[in-house]
Ligand binder design. Structure first.
Ligand code: PBG
Length: 312
């Protein structure tokens, strides 16, 4: 009876698996703070994505870890950059069975760890960075990305990427805009996964949002939609269910929420201590994110859910 009247259901189709591919390694590397998640080699990534497609997963989002980092994050737009090479592999393997989304940012590629070009005062230069993003978007598009997801929170990034894509005939590539992305303490394990440390103990408060604000999120979302976003994202998820619910009531586009690395790690850490039932909490959290109004959830639980939870 409870199932019959349940208002919210999480399905494999709702989930997107974040995956990391690292240049120059010969075997997958575990990430201590993200149990069951690894930095993939190109080959192990291929096997993982084929396996996910076989499990019925509909989408993955790719992050690259380059062998060399530099001031401008060159690897992000290099045709031989790790994500571009991996994309070509994956499109060959899975074709249209599974959507390959590419995160578009440069923090994984810069030696200072910021999401853009830094000026002489150590401040990110918004407009110069947006041009860099347009180049990276083209590199991803040429390599076979189907959805580009800019996560750098620069003003005007969606419009610049849309223009660049349309200018080269990539009209059918969608943009999933990280629209309301907060400067959160929950990204720690992700930064381990991509080997990022922000120079001089810096932070991203200059470009990511202040968690005290919700009306600001509305403005960010509206701007991204006006600039051409096809889907919008709110990130992190659980501490921002009000932001998700607010967007769901106002916005007529698919809404994604990113259940981020710290949210995943907290569940595993507490479960390892025997303090919570990790599986039960994972389902509860994913369900709550959907109940708040998200249509799509990016989560490190995707494989686990596809393998076990969806069958129960
Ligand atoms: C930036 C980016 C971050 C995440 C996704 N894209 C980190 C950051 O903004 O510092 C975090 C995802 C997670 O914590 O799972 N390229």
């Amino acid at each position: 009876m409870r199932d019959l009247v349940a208002e919210t259901h999480v399905r494999v189709d709702d989930l997107v698996a974040p995956l990391f591919v690292r240049e120059g390694i010969s075997s997958p590397q575990p990430i201590t703070s993200l149990p069951h998640v690894v930095q993939h080699t190109r080959d192990s990534l291929r096997a993982e994505v084929t396996g996910l497609a076989d499990l019925g997963v509909k989408a993955v989002i790719l992050f690259g870890v380059p062998a060399q980092k530099d001031a401008v994050g060159s690897g992000a737009s290099d045709p031989q950059g790790i994500v571009q090479l991996a994309l070509a592999d994956l499109r060959t393997d899975v074709g249209d069975d599974l959507v390959v989304i590419t995160d578009l940012c440069v923090d994984e590629y810069t030696d200072h760890g910021h999401c853009g070009i830094v000026d002489e005062h150590g401040v990110v230069d918004n407009d110069a960075t947006v041009e860099l993003y347009a180049q990276a978007a083209l590199a991803q598009a040429r390599a076979g990305s189907q959805v580009i997801a800019p996560s750098g929170m620069m003003d005007g990034q969606v419009a610049a990427i849309r223009d660049a894509l349309d200018g080269e005939g990539f009209d059918d590539i969608a943009i999933l805009a990280y629209a309301a992305k907060y400067a959160s303490g929950l990204y720690g394990p992700f930064r381990d996964a991509v080997d990022v440390e922000i120079a001089d103990g810096g932070d991203r408060k200059g470009y990511q949002q202040d968690y005290r604000n919700v009306r600001e999120a509305q403005r960010e979302i509206d701007l991204d939609i006006a600039e051409g976003a096809d889907m919008i994202m709110i990130k992190p998820a659980l501490a921002y269910l009000d932001v998700i619910a607010d967007a769901a009531s106002r916005v007529d586009l698919p809404i994604a929420a990113y259940h981020v690395s710290g949210e995943y790690a907290m569940i595993h850490a507490a479960a390892q201590q025997g303090w919570i039932d990790g599986d039960a909490v994972a389902i509860e959290h994913l369900t709550a994110i959907k109940r708040a109004g998200a249509n799509i959830i990016l989560t490190y639980f995707t494989r686990w859910f596809a393998e076990t939870a969806s069958a129960s």
